[in-house]
Design a protein around this ligand. Sequence first.
Ligand SMILES: [Zn+2]
Length: 151
Amino acid sequence: MFLASWIPGGPLPALVAGVASHLALDAIPHGDAGIGHWVHSSPNHVTKLQRLLPVVFADQILGGGVFLLLLSSPRLASTGFWILLAGAFGSILPDYITGIRDLLPKPPVWLESLHRIHQKCHYSGKEPFTILTGLIFQAVLVVTFLLLAFF
Ligand SMILES: [Zn+2]
């Protein structure tokens, strides 16, 4: 949303900036590897859904809450709603693409290609975080940026 407010040209460049920010930030380890392994090691499709959907649901609620909070940030006040929404949506779009690909029994080639680009951007070294320390790291970052947005 900060990038979206900064980049000129309206919702489309804001969306592209959001996607680019997601891919750039995926290169920083953030503790998702453990959750990804847990989901993808499911013995069957039903178990995979039972593991994936609560994570996605919690992610959407938290992401939506942060989005609504940031809408009242004085730093973003001069940027239009649709530009901020495009930036926010772009920043989660790579995860939607991967999530839809994970749910389809036989994903189309183009979806598989987009997913592969997304995967290539992920940090692939030794994961320094456990699921818990990764969540703490992400919570600290979110709170820090919320403070920066309002003070
Ligand atoms: Zn990602």
